[in-house]
Design a binder for this molecule. Structure first.
Ligand SMILES: *Cc1c(COP(=O)(O)O)cnc(C)c1O
Length: 468
């Protein structure tokens, strides 16, 4: 033990090592020093606790190499960013915990260009005077949705708040009991209603709400009828909801505003492609709804944003509301949103180029090809037992909760090591890989994996089970 302890190099010796030299310029000095100290003390503990004995080590240089490898691992883990890329093997396309929609490449390029240069965010190039950040995408949204007017804010929750704060503060808003939704724990319709200073009037029952329920609830204090898309759950069986046309008629007949929180905000009719009908933004407006709100990063496939479309007179009021300043959208969002929206001018392009739409509509044969590729690669690793399996992928993001998509993936099992430990280690790898455990096997669904992801999964597993 004494001999091994005397082999332990000093901090300074590592600072001049070739292998660590390269880090001197690329990482903060104190991360380097801390990693070296921790690397040395890790091995000191190993020796003191007899986990490392004389026979394990050839000479001083051998121990030194071991410590350097440990130090490099420590540097890499300390130098990681907290928000980082993850490989999504869950098969859930709009995964709220994993950042929802991936942006198309041209959107990302535009973000880089706008972010790394000055730009006309609030500058009117024609007049040389102050311009509006909201103007950059308004016309485009109106063209795609056929809305009179449009406004973009930070997210859809902000959109709903701005709409209610501007239009219904101090008044009653009628909502069906079947639509008092909670999204992801923090967005609840009754709570948002309260923040906005509007009074919630619940009508109907959980499963059935009729026209007369709305009609009977209207008082002189009522300002609006609000419809909320039940995007993350489904009420099935003996149900009845009031359709948009009927709702907007009731509103118009009673001088009320009709508002719809569509949530996912589809701009493409999925039923054309063999999916269950999901109401589109265009249809809501066509049905006469005055104000519609939806998310930018769910089925639209763009950046996080909340989009408000509808009657010009109402949207003008929102533009004048001071609250807008606290909910305002960033230049990076506008940069990504404009490029994404442009794709929708040609639907064929949109479904081909926007990753979220492309993944949803991609045929299962293509997914199977990728699953086969992953299977072949992982099967070549002797320590894994792998199977090609059929899976059910999901859209996610509170969109179409009952729609499952036929998909394929690979299931990993083992009699030699713990699958839960493997899952944990892959999750904690510098490039984190997230799969799901089902029936004691680790499953990677290929609906959400591209060829590059598959290559990376292979590379990481190829390092060997004890090195991940
Ligand atoms: C997702 C969703 C929201 C919240 O949208 P964010 O963009 O996440 O703020 C609100 N309402 C409904 C119906 C939703 O589905």
């Amino acid at each position: 033990m004494k001999k091994l302890l005397s082999f332990l190099p000093k901090v300074d010796e590592f600072l001049i090592s070739d292998k660590l030299e390269i880090y001197k310029d690329s990482i903060p000095y104190n991360i380097l020093i801390r990693s070296i100290r921790e690397g040395i003390s890790f091995y000191r503990e190993e020796i003191l606790n007899k986990r490392l004995v004389d026979t394990d080590i050839i000479d001083k240089d051998d121990l030194r190499k071991k410590i350097i490898n440990k130090i490099i691992k420590l540097i890499e883990s300390k130098n990681q960013l907290n928000l980082k890329r993850v490989i999504n093997g869950t098969g859930t396309i709009i995964h709220t915990n994993l950042g929802r929609s991936k942006l198309m490449e041209s959107s990302v390029k535009n973000i880089v260009s706008i972010a790394s240069n000055y730009n006309n965010l609030e500058y009117d190039i024609n007049t040389g005077k102050r311009g509006s950040r909201y103007a950059h995408v308004e016309k485009l949204i109106c063209e795609i949705t056929k809305a009179e007017s449009a406004l973009v804010v930070n997210n859809n929750a902000a959109a709903v708040l701005l709409v209610l704060d501007t239009l219904t503060k101090g008044y009653e808003v009628i909502v069906s009991r079947g639509e008092l939704v909670e999204i992801g724990g923090s967005f609840r319709i009754p709570a948002i209603m309260k923040y906005s200073g509007s009074k919630l009037l619940e009508v109907g029952t959980t499963n059935r709400t009729h026209e007369k329920d709305y009609l009977e609830a209207i008082t002189p204090e009522t300002k609006a009828l609000l419809k909320v898309h039940t995007s993350n759950y489904k009420i099935m069986g003996f149900t009845k909801e009031v359709k948009n046309e009927e709702l907007s008629n009731i509103a118009r007949d009673n001088q009320l505003i009709s508002i719809e929180d569509l949530g996912s905000g589809v701009l493409v009719d999925f039923s054309k492609y063999g999916y269950k009908k999901e109401p589109t933004v265009q249809e809501s407006l066509k049905a006469g709804i005055d104000i519609v709100t939806f998310s930018g990063d769910k089925l639209l496939g763009g950046p996080q944003a909340g989009i408000i479309v509808g009657k010009k007179e109402y949207i003008e009021k929102m533009k004048k509301n001071n609250l807008l300043r606290t909910l305002r959208v960033s230049k990076l969002t506008i940069a990504a949103l404009e490029v994404t929206l442009k794709e929708y001018l040609d639907e064929e392009k949109a479904i081909k180029n926007i990753p979220t739409l492309r993944m949803i509509l991609e045929g299962k044969d293509e997914v199977k090809k990728r699953a086969h590729l992953l299977y072949e690669k992982l099967n070549s690793l002797k320590f894994l037992e792998v199977e090609l399996i059929e899976t059910d992928a999901m859209i996610g993001g509170g969109s179409m909760p009952t729609e499952l998509m036929d998909s394929f993936g690979v299931a990993i099992s083992s009699t030699d090591f713990s699958i839960t430990q493997l899952e944990k280690n892959l999750r904690n790898n510098p490039l984190s890989i997230v799969g799901r455990i089902q029936g004691g096997k680790l499953i990677f669904d290929c609906k959400t994996l591209n060829k590059d992801d598959i290559e990376k999964i292979y590379e990481i597993l190829n390092k060997g089970i004890d090195r991940i």
